[in-house]
Design a protein around this ligand. Sequence first.
Ligand SMILES: O=C(O)[C@@H](O)[C@H](O)[C@H](O)CO
Ligand SMILES: [Mg+2]
Length: 379
Amino acid sequence: MKITEIESLPVAAGAGTYLLIAVHTADGAHGLGEVGMRSRPGTVLGALRDLADIVIGQDANRIEHVWQTMYRGGFFPADRDAGAAMAAIDMALWDLRGKTLGVPLYELLGGPCRDQVPAYVHLRGTDVEAYVDNARRLVELGWSHLRFSLDGRTDPIFEPRQAVRDTLGVLGALRDALGDGVELLIDVHTRLDPADAVTFCREAEPFRPYFVEDPLRSEDPGLYRTLRERTGVPLAAGEQYTTKWAFRPLLEGDLIDHARIDLANTGITEGRKIAAMAEAHHIQVATHNPLGPVCSAASAHLNTALPNVSVQEQLRPHGWDDDPLVEVGPVIAAGSVRPADLAGLGVQIDLDYARKNSAADRLGPPPQYRRADGSFTNW
Ligand SMILES: O=C(O)[C@@H](O)[C@H](O)[C@H](O)CO
Ligand SMILES: [Mg+2]
């Protein structure tokens, strides 16, 4: 099972743009992977080429060994941008392993702990009424976990205190309209400084959110200690981390309640180790996955096999039903996701379609936000 090629497939498909890869082997097989960081396409495509120098010629069955050589083989640790490229290769090797053995990936990860994985979808709105209407529609479709963002709703200007007030208004209106049977998740996108994050979390408490995600920036996980002391709201973080070492302070300090592992940033080999570290702290895994069919499948497999799962992110309520790229993908039913009943990741894409519909020029930095004074703030 010699690895012969890492093929990058930035693809524009029915439902969005994805940065997929195919790892090919000498016997004509291939495994699929997905890169989680699409905001620096040149960097990650370059990292994939650098990693190919290390990986080509290796035995695809030695997944942990390949991980060690990718991570440490360039002397400088391959984290962040290179970590996202590594994650895609690692995911593809697990797909290949499952296909070679003829079993779904979750069987290799210990077998199922659950029948399907609870999932949440994204909720959007231009004003409070639109949020409530859109939420009601999703609930009617059977979704019980809805996620929306802390926004200023004056794009591209983001004023944190205004955004905190607006978002608390939306949260309160949703709770009033939907009652307690619907779980509400708020993603702050690392946009707040500690003072505003404390205000937001404390004032959100009476509305019983399922979690508040990324209230603080990710550079210094120790920052969460202050917030933790000042709010009882459940906290979620971790989507920007690629390694167990990055997650360690959050987990060992019991600073979060939900670990936002993104398998297209950590890979499966590292992601399951992070999940085990979380388990030791009674922290639930809430996989980050605003991504495509391959990462969604990988997440569904790992979450099927893990004991400590809260909820999996799924961008769209309808999955890939009408997407010309995706021949088989994970099964998305109202409120949940489960892997397709096939070997490996259980994803089949039309490789020719992917090659002909490159999204190379459509990936890049997200829209840029500004404070009213012109200074930068996170998207
Ligand atoms: O949790 C999420 O889905 C978000 O934080 C996205 O990863 C972010 O908006 C970048 O696309
Ligand atoms: Mg997020």
